[in-house]
Ligand binder design. Structure first.
Ligand SMILES: [Zn+2]
Ligand SMILES: [Zn+2]
Length: 92
């Protein structure tokens, strides 16, 4: 397989990775590697990091689209936590 982004420029370069989103072949220059931390859900719905940091390979187009979708703060910023509900305990 050859790199798609090189092929559209009429250059033939062997692909070393595949974009996880769109599936095109990518050379070293066109592959964008981002770290990926896997988690497991523990008690109280807590996300606990596990194992070594892995990686995700995307083309520059899918990387730009992902950055635009998640924003500079990432998807976690959308849920800043629910306000604590104050309940008055029945007395007596
Ligand atoms: Zn390339
Ligand atoms: Zn892609």
């Amino acid at each position: 397989m050859n790199c798609y982004d090189c092929a559209v420029r009429a250059v033939s370069t062997s692909a070393v990775a595949v974009c996880v989103d769109c599936g095109v072949g990518l050379c070293v220059d066109h592959a964008e590697v981002t770290p990926r931390r896997l988690t497991r859900t523990a008690a109280m719905n807590r996300a606990v990091p596990v194992g070594p940091v892995t990686r995700t390979v995307r083309c520059h187009l899918c990387r730009a689209a992902l950055d635009a979708a998640t924003g500079p703060c990432g998807p976690v910023a959308a849920r800043a936590g629910s306000p604590a509900t104050a309940r008055s305990a029945p007395t007596g």
